[in-house]
Design a protein around this ligand. Structure first.
Ligand code: NAP
Length: 252
């Protein structure tokens, strides 16, 4: 079965690992190309946009794709919308693998907002010491609020100067752990964290650390994605693909 996996997440990599040596599947993984050194997967892979809905529709047809698994990041809403449209046009079944949002727990001091502009405004007028763990593509709105100190954590060194003069930059690839993130927030005297509700384990440590330290978190809600079939676990994707091995035995 020709399967296109739209990737960029840990869950996509887990799915790829499980399909890699199964001769019933001929899967290809697609990366957006947002990180400079994506982990080379054990299956054929491609990098970069398809060229909108039309480009993806053509790709599905040219490559005889029989199923599409959208395992993109919850904030990659455009790619997900394009997948819904292209799969409908090309009559290719689509399933989204979408991890759960982070649970809000006792002790959390979240300020929930709809987008990154609202997140920047939620920091207020008085100068704060802000940790931005939101990815490099979402920094621009904070440039209009230069009264704050920003500590920015990115996966790759930025190719262009950050839009935040005076920001301190940390280049580090997750998963991050609670002890490390607690030390980071304390050492930089951070008094507020900005995060997006990505879900998953890899970036959760900053949320836990903020809770332990009693710090507020400006939490950007997930973007809306049109209705589609979706599941939360790799095991459910395998079942949808007709994989007959019990996922529990493979630890998924
Ligand atoms: P997006 O806004 O949904 O996608 C923009 C365009 O990038 C898509 O229209 C598509 O181009 C291309 N694209 C996205 N994912 C692709 C994939 N897996 N394979 C091939 N092309 C892909 O998503 P984004 O611009 O990548 O990121 C939006 C937010 O998600 C950012 O905050 C980013 O930090 C976060 N995020 C994304 C990824 C990721 O792997 N994409 C990973 C982690 C975090 P065409 O229209 O030309 O097909």
């Amino acid at each position: 079965m020709r399967v296109l996996i739209l990737g960029g997440t840990t869950e996509a990599n887990q799915l790829v690992a499980l399909l890699a040596n199964d001769p019933r599947f001929d899967a290809v993984l697609s990366y957006a190309g947002r990180t400079e050194r994506p982990t080379p997967p054990p299956i054929p892979w491609r990098v970069g946009g398809f060229g909108g809905v039309d480009g993806l529709t053509k790709y599905l047809r040219d490559q005889n794709i029989a199923r599409v698994v959208d395992a993109t990041h919850p904030f990659a809403a455009q790619m997900s919308a394009h997948a819904i449209a292209a799969c409908a046009i090309a009559s290719v079944p689509l399933l989204a693998l979408e991890r759960l949002p982070w649970p809000r727990m006792a002790g959390d001091r979240w300020i929930e907002v709809d987008d990154f502009v609202a997140a920047a405004e939620a920091l207020g007028a008085s100068p704060r010491r802000v940790f931005l763990g939101i990815g490099r593509m979402q920094l621009a709105p904070f440039a209009s609020h230069p009264q704050h100190f920003y500590l920015v954590r990115l996966v790759d060194p930025p190719r262009a100067p950050l839009p935040l003069p005076g920001a301190e930059l940390i280049v580090a690839r997750g998963p991050f752990d609670l002890a490390g993130d607690r030390v980071l927030l304390v050492n930089h005297r951070i008094d507020i964290v900005v995060a997006r509700d990505a879900g998953g384990d890899g970036a959760f440590a900053k949320i836990e650390a903020a809770r332990e330290l009693g710090l507020p978190v400006v939490m950007v809600r997930r973007p809306l994605i049109p209705a589609r079939d979706k599941v939360e676990t790799v095991g459910e994707v395998l079942r949808w693909l007709g994989h007959d091995e019990l996922p529990a035995e493979r630890g998924v």
